[in-house]
Design a protein around this ligand. Structure first.
Ligand code: NAD
Length: 482
């Protein structure tokens, strides 16, 4: 019988109250392999209620004890790393090496990072000459609503859960309905680790039926969301009149900028930035600006390297490119490649579904990594987020031109700059409208740094001290001393 995933409410694994399920598809085979509760506002209500009841106890639990439980959760995820990685790959189509070596270990780190951060946190005190002392209390906000996407399922869900519950909030999480499996495994781990019932609740289901009632719920004062900009806008519209605290991590259209003096390692890194996770990382560099002096040579090598990426069964450790997450995501990619052609672009490689795939993957949602030239920075393909394996290479002549091109989209999530000239690196980094600028690297993350986007890529920052601040409410106490 097909596996059925449950919600995690008040420490119990339960079905949706209406008894309905959604099919869960394996992207690599295109086959339904499990079912996920089609929860609605009734389930959200039940989960919020459990979280409210758990809040007084958990928020007053000493930091050391909260830390101990989070460390235990981290240990148990780590102990079961193979199971988590296998589940993530089946659920999302991503290569198993990526799940095993990067994403599940990062989920473990998220818990450890915030479990230890709360032991070293301090708050400010200001002496007003001799007249008064002002100190700041930082208290958890209450029930946090945590909504995450499908592209890095456990990695991004735990990036929210860990700081939310470490700081003493209780939480209702809504993972993507396309990739629910590792959240389901996490529920069992939380029980085993001794997390008190109701501290973390997980409600599965679609964005409209389960996510929207969570964002609108009067007893949920704080929402952390990662996903698309259109969804983020709708959440902003719901939450603004309710004056909720909101963090929105949204889409991107990130530039990679390669100057003529770049280290040769820029080539491999640029290919990785374009196509890792089949181009489905919000930080992927899909607009590649290359200084004209090296443009033709760089393009040739980029294409040659892209053609060598091994497509295959994501469960195979040799596979570098797995399947896209859904048929819809592949169709969107195909439409943008057609648009690229219509806008006058030349497709140098990819541009089609691959023909030779293992038997098991014949009906999977595959698309060959695609490189396009001949389009300027202002055409739609270079302005809109595709979120698939499509990269455009664009030549540039000087710094002003490339900065203007890089900043020309409504997004501002991240950028990657490749040069050996340190002055140029600083100056370009300073001028780019991006939440993160990597210089001579990509996706190198220190969990202490603020993370988020500018413009339509985000509102607010998470990570390190920013996350501890976001998930707590500051209160100033002023004591007259004279
Ligand atoms: P999405 O916006 O469709 O869905 C994200 C989550 O929101 C899902 O759990 C979904 O069910 C839920 N949701 C959908 N509609 C909702 C609503 N009206 N109210 C409440 N919840 C709702 O995004 P996706 O397709 O799952 O993910 C891809 C997008 O996420 C891309 O745009 C990508 O750039 C972005 N992303 C951003 C970051 C970042 O850190 N900035 C990281 C990863 C992905």
């Amino acid at each position: 019988m097909m596996q059925r995933i449950g919600n995690f409410i008040d420490g119990e694994i339960v079905g949706a109250r209406n008894g309905a399920f959604l099919d869960n598809v394996e992207p690599a085979s295109g086959a339904v392999y499990s079912q996920v509760p089609a929860s609605n506002e009734q389930d959200v209500e039940q989960a919020v209620d459990a979280a409210r009841r758990a809040f007084p106890g958990w928020s007053r639990t000493p930091a050391e004890e909260r830390s101990r439980v989070l460390m235990k959760i981290a240990d148990l995820v780590e102990d079961n790393l193979q199971q988590f990685a296998h589940a993530e790959t089946i659920d999302s189509g991503k290569p198993i090496t990526r799940a095993r070596e990067i994403e599940i270990p990062r989920a473990v780190q998220n818990f450890r990072f915030f479990a230890t951060a709360i032991l070293h946190d301090a708050s400010e005190c200001y002496a007003t000459d001799y007249a008064a002392l002002n100190y700041t209390l930082r208290r958890p906000c209450g029930v946090a609503g945590l909504i995450s996407p499908w592209n890095l399922p456990l990695y991004l869900l735990t990036w929210k859960i860990a700081p939310a519950i470490a700081t003493g909030n209780t939480a209702v999480a809504k993972p993507s309905e396309l990739t629910p499996m590792t959240a389901h495994l996490l529920a069992s781990v939380c029980r085993e680790a001794g997390l008190p019932p109701g501290v973390l609740n997980i409600v599965h289901g679609t964005g409209l039926a389960a996510g929207a009632p969570l964002t609108a719920h009067a007893a949920v004062p704080i929402i952390s969301f990662t996903g698309g900009t259109v969804t983020g806008r709708s959440i902003a519209q719901t939450t603004a009149p309710l004056f909720k605290k909101v963090s929105l991590e949204m889409g991107g259209k990130n530039p990679t900028i390669v100057f003529a003096d770049a280290d040769p390692r820029a080539l491999a890194a640029t290919v990785a930035a374009a196509f890792s996770n089949q181009g489905q990382i919000c930080l992927c560099g899909s607009r590649i600006f290359v200084e004209r002096a090296i443009f033709h040579e760089f393009v040739e090598q980029f294409v040659e390297r892209t053609k060598r990426l091994r497509l295959g069964d994501p469960l195979d450790a040799e596979t570098e490119q797995g399947a896209l997450v859904s048929a819809a995501q592949r169709e969107k990619t195909e439409q943008y490649v057609q648009l690229a052609r219509d806008e006058g672009g030349k497709v140098l490689c990819g541009g089609a579904r691959p023909t030779s795939l293992p038997e098991r993957c014949q009906a999977g949602f595959y698309y060959a990594p695609t490189a396009v030239i001949g389009l300027d920075a202002h055409c739609r393909v270079n302005q809109e987020e595709i979120f698939g394996p499509v990269a455009c290479l664009i030549p540039f002549d000087d710094v002003d031109e490339v900065v203007a091109g890089a900043n020309s989209t409504p997004y501002g999530l991240s950028a990657s700059v490749w040069t050996r000239d340190v002055n140029k690196a600083h100056s370009v980094a300073e001028r780019l409208e991006s939440g993160t600028v990597w210089v001579n690297c990509w996706l190198l993350r220190d969990l202490r740094t603020p993370f988020g986007g500018m413009k339509q890529s985000g509102l607010g920052r998470e990570g390190g001290a920013e996350a501890l601040r976001f998930f707590t409410e500051p209160k100033t106490v002023c004591i007259k001393t004279e």
